[in-house]
Design a protein around this ligand. Structure first.
Ligand code: Q46
Ligand code: ZN
Length: 296
């Protein structure tokens, strides 16, 4: 591990990785022991590694898997997640987009005019919060790692997305009674470290990438950062942690978070009268029925 100028044997690597996650949870005050945590689990290495660590710490951690209906990828992701939960006797909630809303990510994206990843991101954020509220969880934990966060930061800076920069943090506090706190306990560790952890713990995760990720801008940003990291170890960490230490507090002090109110249709928090998820599903449903009625 060049950025730490360290090399570990397997048992010490496991110790190191778990200590980093523990440190993230305690120093950032993500949650306290005994809180009910909902872990968003995709079936990939990061979210399964996170769930494993929370269970090992003795946290009250229930998994939430959203079946996006993306062909073989979703089927495999779901199987890996269910298998993980079964083997550990862990509680798992599975939400199937097609069964709940009559549409998968492909139809939602096409019908609403959004890119698949945009429809997917919006649906996941919406469902994480909704399910957490419905189940009285106090925090939603996601498996975003250092590489993910650094790539998002680079994207936000390249386009000067000031609102998103102000909200980029390992902990998104509850700023409205209907909004559940969101935490990212893997923000200190890299993607490669998650993979090593999952491998050493014998976690069977989905290796195949989502077909929609091909050509994604975030992958380009990750690639640029990987090249910088290869040339100078520690760049990625300095970039993201430096942002958290230096720029994030200035941005947060710049103004209060946006005022939220309950969506007129579903009661989830939003800045508009009707939330983006309800608008997206309504648009896609209208397109679907227009198509059906135009059929001979
Ligand atoms: S699952 Fe969804 Fe990712 Fe697939 S559609 Fe895009 S956002 S690439 S994390
Ligand atoms: Zn709504």
């Amino acid at each position: 591990m060049r950025r730490h100028r360290a090399a570990y044997c397997a048992p010490h690597f496991l110790e190191f990785f778990e200590a980093q996650v523990h440190r993230a949870i305690t120093t950032q005050r993500m949650f306290r022991p005994g809180e009910r945590i909902l872990v968003a689990v995709s079936g990939g290495k990061d979210s399964l590694a996170l769930w494993e660590i929370l269970l090992r710490r003795g946290d009250d951690a229930t998994g939430l898997h959203v079946d996006l209906g993306i062909d073989d990828y979703s089927q495999e992701s779901r199987e890996r997640t269910e298998e993980f939960a079964r083997a550990r006797g862990a509680r798992l909630i599975v939400v199937e987009l097609r069964a709940e809303y009559g549409m998968d990510i492909g139809t939602l994206a096409e019908g609403s005019g959004r890119a698949p990843c945009s429809a997917c991101g919006l649906s996941k954020r919406y469902l994480f919060n909704k399910l957490a509220r419905d189940g009285d969880f106090t925090a939603v934990a996601t498996g975003h790692n250092l590489d993910d966060e650094a790539a998002v930061l680079l994207g936000n800076l390249l386009h000067w997305n000031m609102d998103q920069l102000a909200r980029q943090a390992p902990v998104l506090e509850q700023t409205h009674p209907h909004l559940v706190r969101r935490v990212k306990p893997l923000y200190r560790t890299s993607e490669r470290e998650s993979a090593a952890y999952a491998l050493l713990r014998g976690i069977d995760y989905v290796i195949e990438e989502c077909p929609h990720s091909r050509g994604a801008r975030s992958l380009l940003h990750k690639d640029v950062l990987n090249r910088l990291e290869a040339a100078s170890a520690g760049t990625k960490q300095a970039f993201y942690w430096g942002f958290l230490d230096r720029l994030a507090p200035v941005l947060r002090a710049g103004g209060p978070p946006p005022v939220l109110r309950p969506c007129g249709q579903c009661d989830q928090p939003t800045t508009e009268e009707v939330c983006a998820f309800c608008r997206m599903t309504a648009r896609a449903a209208a397109r679907q029925s227009a198509r059906a009625s135009s059929l001979p």
